[in-house]
Design a protein. Sequence first.
Length: 81
Amino acid sequence: MKLITEGDTKNIIGPRLKTARQKNKLTQQQLSIKLETMAIYIDRASISKIELQKRIVTDYELFAFSQLLNVSVHWLLGIEN
């Protein structure tokens, strides 16, 4: 299956993920460690790639981000303000 994306953008949550992470006063490394407690293994470099929209995000990663950062999945997706 070929992934079709617009330009180099691989996800739409990157900028909002960064905003939520910073609002929670977490570094990328700290977020990575918190994700491990949910059995989600994303290293700091991969979080950076997600925030820069250079890496795809899976559904279970999206859910974990929303839970750890206390934001809704809809907010991360830009569906709600």
